[in-house]
Design a protein around this ligand. Structure first.
Ligand SMILES: [Zn+2]
Length: 291
């Protein structure tokens, strides 16, 4: 048991740096509490979480990836500092976030209506999984991933790559924890990712309880979680997204060749270009004989 408890591990944290989402959140908070420090509070909570993780066991490692509407950046490790001293890691992340907020995130392309306002979580998750894979090739470590998202948009344009990332993570035995800072709606794709990989999903309505939630539910590793009480579970919204219109679909049509899901019947599959048989067409004679 001591061996299990003292084994070092690796966590990759994907942090949402979307200025539009945080701005919207701050405006909502300001209406309710006359304070609008959402991003600063969330960054503080994340840095405290990272420090706690690094201090928990000697040799613990952390990868931090920032996701924003123009792409994803690895904030730690970098060429400047790649060690695991908590204070140095925090300083580096803070400096990189400041640099990004002043530079690329104020870029005019974010205001461009053609650009999706959602952060590129698919890019960030792919980078995080690549980092985990590379670090594991040097030393075999148990690894986890944690995604923190601000706002409740459905990420339907990223549905496919995100679910593919979840399956890749499951294959690598990496569980994905997801934290959504949103008062009212859940994000189905993040719920599904946690469900597929055996991670924990939590939606936080009050920024004040973010740190408490991170330390209580997301800090313990997979072994320690077995001994702790279960996280209050929310029912997983397992609806798929239409591959053509990107709308969330209750009942749809599935391509029999590549399993793409469509809300409306499509004669030619958009993904694999197979010609699909329309309902009501008489079955072939050969199939009748088989029955
Ligand atoms: Zn198909």
């Amino acid at each position: 048991m001591n061996e299990t408890l003292s084994r070092s591990s690796l966590i990759a944290v994907v942090l949402d740096l979307n200025p539009l989402a945080w701005g919207f959140r701050a405006a909502q908070d300001a209406q309710r509490t006359s304070k609008s420090e959402s991003f600063v509070k969330a960054l503080d909570a994340t840095l405290t979480f990272i420090s706690s993780y690094l201090l928990m066991t000697h040799g613990n490692k952390v990868v931090v990836v920032g996701a924003h509407p123009l792409g994803a950046e690895i904030l730690h490790p970098s060429d400047t500092y790649s060690g695991n001293t908590a204070s140095m890691v925090n300083r580096q992340i803070e400096a990189r976030v400041n640099e990004l907020c002043r530079g690329v995130l104020l870029d005019e392309t974010i205001a461009d209506s053609r650009t999706s306002p959602a952060s590129r979580f698919n890019n960030a998750l792919s980078k995080a999984l690549c980092c985990i894979n590379r670090m594991r090739s040097e030393k075999d470590l148990p690894a986890r991933l944690m995604v923190m998202k601000c706002g409740g948009d459905f990420l339907s344009h990223q549905y496919l790559p995100l679910i593919n990332c979840a399956y890749a993570a499951e294959h690598l035995k990496v569980s994905i924890d997801t934290v959504v800072l949103e008062a009212e709606t859940d994000v189905p794709v993040l719920q599904q990712m946690s469900d597929v990989t055996g991670g924990v999903y939590s939606r936080i309505s009050e920024p004040a309880i973010l740190l408490q939630t991170l330390l209580t539910y997301h800090l313990p590793d997979d072994d320690a979680r077995k001994m702790l009480s279960k996280v209050p579970a929310t029912p997983v919204d397992s609806r798929a997204v239409c591959f053509k219109t990107r709308a969330v679909t209750d009942i749809g049509y599935v391509c029999s060749v590549c399993l793409s899901v469509y809300k409306m019947l499509t004669p030619i599959c958009v993904t694999c270009k197979s010609v699909l048989k329309l309902p009501g067409m008489p079955p072939s004679r050969k199939r009748k004989r088989e029955k």
